[in-house]
Write a protein that binds this ligand. Structure first.
Ligand code: HBI
Ligand code: FE
Length: 296
C-alpha cells in the first residue's frame, strides 16, 4: 500500500536527485491526452471494484462527494475539469505531481488549498501495491472528501501545521494525526461505523478489513493518544481511531499544537497494536492478522 511512501519520501528525494523538479513547486502538467487505453483500463478496474464495496462502508460525505464530482469509471479524471467543480464547492483544486514531493512542498500546497495528486497510475500487475501515491489513491481516495467543507478546512490546517511542525522538528507527531485521520480514519455514523480515510477508501482489501475484520482494534480518537502512537506503513493498520462525528476535525484544525508538542516531549510511544487503560475501546481486536505474520 501507499504506506511505503513515507520511507521513500525520506530517502528518495534528496536535493539534486534525478527526480529534481522543473518547477519549484514540483507540479507537472497532467497531460491527460497522453494516458493510454491500458491506463484508463486500470482506472476502470479499480473504480468498479471500489464503487461496489463502498456503499454501506464509506461515510455519507464520501459517497456524496463522489456523486457530485465529474469522476466515473470510463477514464482517469481530468484534473482541470475536476478542479472547477471542487473549487466552486470548497475552494480546493487538484494539481499534478510526479509522485511523492518533499514535505515542505507538500504542506505548502495544502496550506494553499491545492491538493497534489500523482499524475501516473499503477501498472495492471500491481493493483494492490503502491510505493508512491498514484492518481487512483489521490483522486478516488482524497478528492471526494475535499468536497466536504470540514475536511477542506482541516487539510488546509494540516498544511499550515506541517510547515510549523517541520520547523520545530516535531513532524512525526503531526504526521500521525494525518495518518490516523485523513488516511486511515473511521467515523461513527447513525447506521454504523464508516470509512472516511483515503488510504482505506482506495484499497479493496483494507476497505473490508477496517470495518469487518475481528483483528484490528477500533478505539475512540483522542488527539494526544494518536500523537504518541506508531503506525504501520507496510500493511493494514493494527488500530483504527474512530471519530464520533466528522465535525470533530473542525475543532482539531483550531487547536494550537505547540503546547502539546512540548508536553509530549519524552512521553512514551505506543505500539501500533497497543490498547491502553485510558482508551475508549469500541472493538478490542484479536490482532490475529498481524500476529500470524509476526510468527513467520
Ligand atoms: N507527497 N505527493 C505526496 N503525497 C503525500 O501524501 C505526501 C507527500 N510528501 C510528504 C508526505 N506525504 C508526508 O510525509 C507528510 O504528510 C508528513
Ligand atoms: Fe494519501
Amino acid at each position: 500500500m501507499l504506506q511505503q511512501l513515507k520511507e521513500t519520501a525520506k530517502h528518495g528525494l534528496a536535493a539534486g536527485d534525478a527526480h529534481a523538479p522543473e518547477r519549484p513547486d514540483w507540479t507537472i502538467d497532467q497531460g491527460w491526452a497522453n494516458y493510454t487505453q491500458e491506463e484508463h483500463g486500470v482506472w476502470r478496474t479499480l473504480f468498479e471494484r471500489q464503487s461496489k464495496l463502498l456503499p454501506g462502508r464509506a461515510c455519507d460525505e464520501f459517497i456524496r462527494g463522489m456523486q457530485d464530482l465529474p469522476i466515473g469509471p470510463e477514464q482517469i479524471p481530468d484534473f482541470e475539469q475536476m478542479s472547477k467543480v471542487l473549487k466552486k464547492r470548497t475552494g480546493w483544486e487538484v494539481v499534478a505531481v510526479p509522485g511523492l514531493v518533499p514535505d515542505d512542498v507538500f504542506f505548502g500546497h495544502l496550506a494553499n488549498r491545492r491538493f497534489p495528486a500523482g499524475q501516473f497510475i499503477r501498472k495492471p500487475h500491481e493493483l494492490d501495491y503502491l510505493e508512491e501515491p498514484d492518481v487512483f489513491h489521490d483522486v478516488f481516495g482524497h478528492v471526494p472528501m475535499l468536497m466536504n467543507p470540514v475536511i477542506a478546512d482541516y487539510i488546509q490546517a494540516y498544511g499550515e501545521g506541517g510547515l510549523r511542525a517541520s520547523r520545530l522538528g516535531v513532524l512525526e507527531k503531526l504526521a500521525r494525526v494525518y495518518w490516523y485521520t485523513v488516511e486511515f480514519g473511521l467515523v461513527q455514523q447513525s447506521d454504523g461505523l464508516r470509512i472516511y480515510g483515503a488510504g482505506i477508501a482506495s484499497s479493496a482489501s483494507e476497505t473490508r478489513f477496517s470495518v469487518e475484520s475481528d483483528s484490528p482494534n477500533r478505539v475512540r480518537f483522542e488527539l494526544e493518544r494518536v500523537m504518541q502512537t506508531n503506525y504501520r506503513i507496510d500493511d493494514f493498520q493494527e488500530t483504527y481511531f474512530v471519530l464520533g462525528h466528522l465535525d470533530e476535525l473542525l475543532e482539531l484544525a483550531q487547536i494550537d499544537f505547540a503546547p502539546l508538542y512540548d508536553r509530549l516531549k519524552g512521553a512514551p510511544e505506543h505500539d501500533a497494536g497497543a490498547v491502553l487503560a485510558s482508551d475508549q475501546v469500541l472493538t478490542r481486536g484479536t490482532l490475529a492478522y498481524h500476529d500470524a505474520k509476526r510468527e513467520k
